[in-house]
Design a binder for this molecule. Structure first.
Ligand code: ZN
Length: 264
């Protein structure tokens, strides 16, 4: 499932391929993925306009049009973007196709249809309506904001990191990496963590997300010592070489090194 670093890659790809090009035609492949907008309204709103900039908030890609409204994409479990230089190519699970006047196009492919497409006038209002927590890579997001986001939260630290209303952008895979780098077991209860633990998690979170983006969110390029490339059957701890243990935390499969990650 695309998480913050993956969506940041999609955003950069979008900027590279789709900005400042006049939109000639829009085709919706699955209206079930549209939220609060009909295929006709979406098409009418995009055709003749151009995207002028983009933002990422958590796992959302927000593309601003030249009339200051925003196309919002959420990639669900399987979504991604694919650009084609001609109009006669397509992806297998094309759900939204945006064609430009130069006869090139951008396709939003989403096999499992769990992605979402909407159009909003007000970016801030959308974030508020979704009750999204802060984006951890926002410049103003400090350690005290992190403490505040976790304040009064119950349950495991992993479930809090994955809760989009606490923090926007982290899912199952990156929460495992963050907690591995912070050397804490994902099942630890927030209440049992002390100030130092929370500082370690905050620092690991910023570092992991920055590193992942700098490596194009490609696990094959991640530094030695990263857990993500080992999140698989027979995976080994990149620190001590022990077998990783797969365990259920917050309803998700978590990969843990019991030797390196402290249980409080
Ligand atoms: Zn280990």
């Amino acid at each position: 499932m695309p998480e913050l670093p993956d969506v940041e890659m999609f955003r950069r790809y979008f900027n590279d391929k789709a900005l400042l090009k006049k939109i000639a035609n829009v085709e919706v492949g699955d209206s079930g993925m549209l939220v609060n907008v009909s295929p006709k309204k979406l098409s009418d709103s995009l055709v003749g306009r151009a995207f002028v900039s983009s933002e990422r908030y958590g796992k959302y890609l927000m593309a601003r049009l030249d009339n200051d409204s925003w196309l919002v994409l959420h990639f669900g479990m399987t979504g991604y973007l694919q650009y084609f230089e001609t109009l006669d190519e397509d992806t297998k699970y094309d759900k939204l196709r945006i064609e430009f006047i130069e006869d090139d196009c951008l396709v939003f492919d989403c096999r499992r249809k769990l992605g979402r497409i909407t159009l909003v006038d007000d970016y801030e209002a959308f974030i508020k309506e979704k009750a999204l927590g802060p984006d951890p890579l926002a410049q103003e997001f400090t350690i005290s904001d992190f403490m505040e986001a976790l304040d009064n939260k119950k349950g495991s630290i992993k479930s809090a990191l994955m809760d989009q209303k606490v923090l926007a952008g982290i899912g199952n895979v990156y929460s495992d990496e963050i907690l591995f780098q912070a050397r804490l077991d994902p099942s630890n209860k927030i209440n049992d963590l002390d100030q130092t633990d929370l500082e370690n998690i905050y620092n690991a979170m910023i570092d992991v997300l920055d590193v992942a983006i700098s490596k194009n969110a490609d696990p094959k390029s991640f530094p030695e010592g990263y857990l993500i490339p080992q999140r698989k059957k027979d995976g080994k701890c990149p620190r001590c070489g022990s077998d990783l243990v797969k365990q259920q935390v917050a309803g998700r499969s978590s990969y843990v090194c019991p030797g390196c990650q402290k249980k409080k």
